[in-house]
Design a protein around this ligand. Structure first.
Ligand code: SF4
Length: 210
């Protein structure tokens, strides 16, 4: 985290990918890069290398720091387009989050974008209705309507992360398709984890019948 008192926005993306992985990151500071995360890091470095740019009434900012004191979050936006009118008044903000891989509908990325948007709205006092996720490999934008549902899920995610910090407990996880791509697979042992969880549930259920 950049500031100890604020939650990093990138954790929200992890949280909606897997709560257990978020627990590992927060409480045990564990991170392992694998082929998927390393490729993403390299592609992000290329995106961030462009710096600030002015194109007519549009200003582009890359790796732009954002924060919201009211939500308790902070982080960086990959790419933002700021639009100004003739009197140089800011009229529109359009955030874009870059992701590697092919275009897909991933909730965790949409939550990350929504959290960035909510920070920008607080800072610039402007309403933002839309942003995009740009998939580097397919070179396509996936447009995201920043609606009430995404905003509520973002708030729930922030609360969930605060709960993990407060309880100091790594949540249990369930083995699923996405575990195959998770860089924490070896540490997590998700199949065993699921067995333990089922086993514990059976014991609790057996005890309740006594
Ligand atoms: S291996 Fe699966 S359950 Fe474990 S942290 Fe990764 S995604 Fe979560």
């Amino acid at each position: 985290m950049i500031d100890d008192e604020l939650i990093s926005i990138s954790l929200l993306s992890h949280y909606y990918f897997c709560k257990r992985r978020t627990g590992f990151l927060i409480l045990e500071d564990r991170w392992q890069d694998n082929e998927y995360t390393s490729e993403g890091t390299i592609q992000h470095e290329i995106v961030h290398s462009g710096g600030k740019e002015k194109r007519g009434r549009k200003v582009i900012e890359r790796q732009f720091y954002v924060q919201s004191k009211s939500l308790g979050i902070n982080g960086f936006c990959d790419y933002i387009e700021f639009f100004y009118d003739e009197s140089n008044k800011l009229t529109e903000i359009y955030p874009i989050e870059y992701k590697h891989g092919e275009v897909r509908d991933n909730l965790e990325y949409q939550i990350q974008l929504t959290a960035q948007t909510m920070c920008l709205e607080e800072t610039f006092n402007l309403s933002i209705k839309e942003g995009s996720i740009f998939y580097i490999n397919s070179h396509r934008r996936f447009e995201v309507n920043i609606d009430e549902n995404l905003r509520n899920l973002t708030l729930e995610g922030i609360k969930g992360i605060k709960d993990i910090i407060q309880n100091q407990k790594i949540p249990l996880g369930n083995y699923s398709k996405k575990c195959k791509k998770c860089s924490l697979y070896d540490e997590c042992m998700p199949k065993l984890n699921k067995d333990i969880s089922s086993y514990m549930q059976k014991i609790i259920s057996d005890c309740e019948k006594l």
